[in-house]
Design a binder for this molecule. Structure first.
Ligand code: ZN
Length: 384
């Protein structure tokens, strides 16, 4: 592998390819790519300093997932040099566009599979005196219903270059079965959970036996909970299904993935009464600071989703401000709740970084640190 040369901007660490998040945008008019292990590019070098432009109005990152770049395939000749046809620059804060035709997710480093670049790799550009923070941690999307997305799962996984692993929650027997199959197909990246969603709680009597074997196999019990906003099942039925599934989780000593909407008091009382707080994950947390503090005393973990990045997300942000790092995780809730600038579109795990960035702003710490902390917490919850 050829090492990077002519460093003065930012650098790439061994084992990682491409990209840093910073305060500038780098437009690459020409970049040469060297090496392409099994997935992703091994390294790349920016050529011709004069061709590199900086757009201060945008956030930078560089390239990722060069597999999608014309001429770069899975098994392409490592010595091959690729000229990008026009330029690659970062649009908005999360997409890279190569020649306007190949939107790529970016903003993060991409771990190499296959060969590893030796030593420190560095990229040259004209950002003299500018230091771009380097991302070294990957995200965990702790809640994404990949089986409910209209896009092929393979594609979603491939696009989520900066997401190390994900949790795929079931919402009933059928979707739990699909989640388990997916986790079986991608054991290195996917975990699944089994449960009956509060929307369908009235089906608990028929669903419980069907879910039983999945409860045994699953990483966690969920998505369970209470939704008194939509009330798609009667409240009594929701409460019964919730309590029963919490008990199952307690018996199996598994985490509980809990949905709470407009039902903070009832959820709190049930979790408290059953002593389930330390096993509880409050997914897509939208409670305000008051409920956040109360739930925190029960020992729960909060998982933040798109709403923390919404313009209307002040309550969630104020809540996140009282949650210590170490008690928080991030998720997309794919295919729902796409964060800006993708609101209204189907969500996908590749956008979990946008949630993490919103959290980084609330906590006023580096986004890389948020990735590290939330991923560490997720590992403690789901993989310990
Ligand atoms: Zn969900």
């Amino acid at each position: 592998m050829r090492p990077y040369t002519r460093a003065n901007g930012y650098r790439l660490l061994s084992g990682y390819f491409a990209a840093a998040v910073g305060a500038e945008t780098l437009a690459l008019e020409r970049a040469h790519v060297f090496g392409c292990p099994a997935k992703g590019a091994g390294s790349f070098e920016l050529l011709d300093n004069d061709a590199v432009a900086i757009d201060r109005d945008r956030q930078i990152v560089a390239l990722s997932d060069l597999e999608q770049t014309p001429g770069l395939g899975r098994n392409h000749d490592p010595a091959q040099v690729i000229d990008f046809p026009s330029h690659a620059c970062i649009h908005d804060t999360s997409q890279v566009d190569v020649g306007g035709r190949h939107p790529l997710s970016a903003g993060r480093v991409l771990p190499l599979e296959g060969s590893v670049v030796d030593g420190l790799a560095e990229v040259s550009n004209t950002l003299s005196g500018t230091t771009l923070p380097m991302m070294t941690s990957l995200w965990v999307d702790t809640h994404c219903h990949l089986q409910l997305s209209s896009l092929p799962v393979e594609e979603l996984l491939e696009r989520a270059v900066d997401v190390e692993w994900m949790v795929v929650p079931g919402i009933d027997v059928e979707s739990t079965a699909s989640a388990m199959i997916l986790a079986g197909q991608h054991p290195e990246r996917l975990l699944f959970t089994a449960g009956l969603h509060p929307h369908d709680a009235s089906k608990w009597p028929e669903q419980r036996d069907g879910l039983a074997p999945f409860f045994e196999e699953a990483t966690a019990i969920g998505e369970i909970g209470l939704d008194f906003y939509r009330n798609l099942s009667p409240r009594e039925a929701q409460i019964e299904a919730f309590r029963d599934q919490i008990r199952i989780g307690l018996e199996l000593e598994k985490p509980l993935v809990v949905h709470v909407r407009d039902a903070f008091r009832d959820s709190f009382e049930i979790i408290d009464e059953l002593g389930a707080g330390s096993q509880t994950v409050l997914h897509c947390w939208t409670g305000g600071p008051k409920w956040t503090k109360r739930f925190m005393e029960l020992g729960v973990i909060f998982s933040f989703a798109g709403p923390i990045a919404f313009e209307t997300g002040d309550t969630v942000r104020r809540a996140a401000a009282v949650v210590p790092p170490g008690r928080a995780m991030v998720e997309t809730d794919t295919p729902y709740l796409s964060p800006p600038p993708f609101r209204g579109e189907d969500n996908e795990p590749a956008r979990v970084a946008l949630v993490g960035r919103a959290l980084a702003r609330v906590w006023d710490i580096d986004v890389d640190e948020v990735a590290r902390l939330t991923s560490e917490t997720a590992a403690g919850v789901f993989r310990s």
